[in-house]
Write a protein that binds this ligand. Structure first.
Ligand SMILES: [Zn+2]
Length: 132
């Protein structure tokens, strides 16, 4: 993998985790609890087709959280009656607190898939550095 490709992946994921547009890094991904359809700065459509981010959400978010719940339940909750429920409460708080960041990472992963496997019908705005 080339350094420029690694840099693009890191930059897009960092922007997504910061709840910013993975393309320009400036537009917001969310307004309150709902995500925006399009970047207000560069015009990137975040999710061209409804459900495009489901795979990233399920494999990158729901399954790991489910695995952590299973680990807490079978690893701690059954042997430590106070620590187990406390860990579940902490996990629930973290899941809610980081929801937008994780969803932003999913949008960034979808953006990277669109960049590396482009669809002629899907228009990605020109890179911010070359825009006039
Ligand atoms: Zn943007």
């Amino acid at each position: 993998m080339t350094p420029s490709r690694l840099k693009l992946i890191g930059t897009a994921l960092r922007r997504g985790l910061r709840k910013r547009c993975p393309h320009c890094g400036e537009g917001r991904l969310f307004s309150g609890w709902s995500y925006l359809h399009r970047c207000s700065i560069c015009g990137l459509v975040f999710e061209p087709h409804p459900g495009d981010t489901w795979a990233f959400t399920i494999f990158g978010d729901r399954l790991p959280i489910g695995g952590i719940i299973v680990l807490i339940y079978f690893g701690v909750m059954r042997s430590h009656p106070v620590l187990g429920p406390a860990l579940m409460v902490v996990l629930a708080a973290l899941v809610v607190w980081t929801a937008h960041n994780r969803w932003g990472a999913g949008i960034a992963l979808l953006y990277l898939a669109r960049v590396y496997w482009p669809d002629p019908a899907d228009s990605i705005p020109p890179p911010p550095a070359t825009r006039r």
